[in-house]
Write a new protein. Structure first.
Length: 696
């Protein structure tokens, strides 16, 4: 198609747009009016804008549960408390409040503790779609130090940018276009020892999937210009449904143009460009000259994407047209550009630009009657992915562990963002593998003395690359999982817990053949050798149990006999004399032991010789060498305390050569026990039937 026909085509489009706009103005019912005013939803800042949904608006540092609508932007903001568990809320100095462009800059969340602090966001519209993520900062001397900080801002596991300030009221805004491949998005502030990191606001906007399409997952905003602006004000929501921030800018040697008509009143492109931006433009001051301008991003090795936005805002006559070429650094970048009347069009060159210098020249075509124009422009710099996120199966498992055990200690507070990357800021208590090619995996987990309670959950078994696991000195209970299925596991330390049951056979086999270093010391209810069967228990607790029953009935008979004799031989006593106390209290100074003495007698409960329903029996030795059996009451036995009181009182009153001698008792808070003379020959039946023992 030659230039003459292109001009006729442009004139036809112009005439059609004028007629359509005239009809809409006459009827007073344009499409834009019919849709009603765009609004921001008050739940999590979710928007409902021409089916462009998905928004998160966070004012960092305001009180938990607080939300509000900003008077200037009409955007609804919510507290950041639900997105992060660390940091402290601060207000900027009063003398700077009047200098803030909007309310979000009056508060900050500061992070004086930890090297890495991260916000965890879930994408409103899911993964694999385009989001604009904006982080805003204003120091405002919130800490009264009058010292400007510097710190790094990360998106996921990769560096987004470094945050620096010129003065206390300098507003720093970082924007990035991101196509997340994971369900959760981390925005992290990293302390680089140049001041305490902080943040004022964090916002996420969902874009149409067909806009800003590139091969890169990260595009950092360098410039976004409203060219030819007549107001010298930043254009954003609600004029821009995506809440992009358009800064006024005029090109050198140019003349501004504008129209009072609405651009894109009939339909919108995927970019949803705001009419307030597109209704202004510039052209060369001399109509025969080219429109020239240049930028230097300051990053010689970088790649950039440029988006130029055009709309014809002058009414061209039938024999007039506007057509031009665009060159970049002397090479053709876009050919025969013909803007459409009151309709936006975007040109991006279809490829990235290497180098920091960007010199553009817009040349009028020979058959064009009007010079080139430019309405708006955006420049983005490609951010490379230098680090890979941690293996997602490992991430899910470790997050489940953190959530289940409610890790909020010094270990848990450092567990933010990605577990392994960047490697310098990996979670405390973790070791990770990172060969630079495959995603990092968790190879070691150290949670000793971390206050863990309850059972060992299955999520530990999902850490498939684990080589070392230390859960020692916690309060873990229940059975020991079969960690033998972790093929890479070389060391497993579970000592100092309260695990019970048997050690899985395959785990024991790996321990025996030396392929696994297994430590389970201190788990008193764990059967280390052989199966846990009642009929294979030590004979000593059985003897103690039988003797306690026999003694109880003998003593009961003696007591009843004494009472019966007294009733027969004595006159009735007063009610006060025969009234029994409701609660029996043991008071025998000669036979009461402290828990510390019990611990010494049993050598710190070193040898368990039996176990019953309500107690565990340990072998002990008094100072004179006498061996004793110490029966300690289990706290979980509901009737053990009453049984202990009755049994101890009766045994103190009964002495017989054929009964185990009662030595003493312990009755402290949380520690209750009875001390018998140790019977070395087994139970009563075996003793009487065994001819090898000397007759009494």
């Amino acid at each position: 198609m030659d230039g003459k026909w292109r001009c006729h085509w442009a004139w036809s489009c112009t005439l059609w747009c004028v007629l359509a706009y005239t009809v809409s103005e006459f009827t007073g019912k344009s499409i834009v009016m019919a849709t009603g005013k765009n609004s921001m939803h008050h739940k999590q800042g979710r928007r409902k804008l021409d089916d462009v949904t998905g928004s998160i608006c966070i004012d960092c540092g305001i009180a938990e549960g607080l939300d509000y609508t900003d008077d200037k932007t009409q955007i609804h903001y919510t507290s950041d408390a639900q997105f992060i568990g660390t940091g402290t809320s601060k207000s900027i100095s009063h003398k700077f409040i009047s200098d803030t462009p909007q309310r979000t800059f009056t508060n900050v969340r500061s992070f004086p503790e930890g090297k890495k602090n991260c916000y965890t966001l879930r994408h409103p519209e899911g993964r694999n779609t385009i989001y604009l993520i904006r982080a805003s900062f204003m120091y405002g001397n919130y800490d009264d130090l009058n010292k400007l900080p510097q710190f790094d801002l990360y998106i996921g596991v990769n560096l987004w940018d470094t945050v620096m300030f010129e003065n206390a009221t300098h507003v720093v805004i970082k924007e990035i276009l991101h196509v997340p491949s994971l369900d959760e998005l981390y925005v992290c502030l990293l302390n680089t020892d140049k001041g305490t990191p902080f943040i004022s606001a964090l916002e996420v906007r969902h874009f149409d999937h067909s806009s800003y399409r590139t091969k890169s997952e990260l595009l950092s905003l360098y410039r976004r210009f409203d060219i030819g602006s007549t107001t010298n004000e930043i254009v954003r929501y609600d004029k821009d449904v995506y809440d992009r921030m358009w800064y006024p800018y005029n090109l050198p040697d140019s003349t501004p143009l504008n129209t009072s008509f609405t651009v894109d009143s009939l339909n919108h492109t995927a970019y949803h460009l705001p009419s307030a931006v597109m209704k202004t433009a510039v052209r060369p001051t001399n109509e025969n000259d080219s429109l020239e301008f240049e930028f230097d991003t300051g990053q010689p090795t970088s790649e950039s994407y440029v988006y130029m936005h055009f709309a014809e805002i002058e009414v061209l006559n039938e024999n007039e047209c506007r057509a031009f070429d665009i060159t970049l650094n002397g090479k053709l970048w876009a050919e025969y550009v013909t803007p459409t009347y009151l309709q936006s069009n975007t040109i991006d060159g279809n490829q990235s630009i290497r180098g920091s210098k960007l010199k553009f020249s817009m040349h009028k075509k020979p058959n064009s009657t009007h010079p080139p124009i430019l309405n708006a422009m955006e420049i983005y710099i490609v951010k490379e992915f230098l680090h890979s996120p941690t293996n997602q199966d490992d991430v899910k498992a470790i997050i489940d562990i953190k959530s289940h055990y409610k890790l909020t200690s010094s270990v848990g507070k450092s567990w933010q963002g990605d577990p392994c990357a960047p490697s310098k800021y990996s979670w405390n208590g973790l070791n990770c593998s990172n060969n630079g090619y495959n995603p990092p995996t968790i190879t070691a987990l150290y949670l000793a003395s971390s206050g863990l309670g309850g059972t060992i959950i299955a999520s530990f078994l999902e850490l498939k690359f684990l080589e070392s696991l230390d859960l020692s000195n916690n309060s873990l209970t229940g059975p020991l999982p079969d960690f033998s299925q972790l093929q890479h596991l070389k060391a497993l330390n579970l000592s100092g817990n309260r695990l019970s049951g048997e050690i899985p056979s395959l785990l024991k086999e790996r321990s025996n053949n030396g392929s696994l270093l297994l430590s389970v010391d201190g788990n008193l209810d764990l059967c280390r050798e052989g199966p846990c069967e009642e009929d294979k228990m030590n004979i000593a607790p059985l003897v103690a149990g039988i003797l306690s029953v026999v003694v109880f009935f003998i003593v009961l008979g003696i007591v009843l006999n004494i009472i019966w004799r007294r009733r027969c031989n004595r006159k009735p006593a007063s009610k006060q004399a025969v009234r029994l106390n409701e609660e029996v209290v043991l008071k025998t100074n000669n036979t009461q032991f402290t828990y510390s003495q019990i611990s010494t007698i049993t050598n710190n409960f070193d040898k368990m010789i039996g176990k019953g329903g309500c107690g565990i029996v340990y072998l002990g030795s008094l100072q004179d060498g006498t061996q004793v059996a110490v029966k300690m009451l289990l706290p979980k036995c509901p009737q053990g305390s009453q049984q202990f009181q009755t049994e101890a009182q009766l045994l103190m009153r009964v002495h017989h050569k054929n009964l185990a001698s009662f030595v003493g008792y312990c009755n402290e808070v949380g520690h209750t026990g009875i001390i018998y003379e140790y019977m070395a020959y087994g139970n009563l039946e075996e003793y009487l039937s065994d001819t090898t023992h000397p007759a009494g």
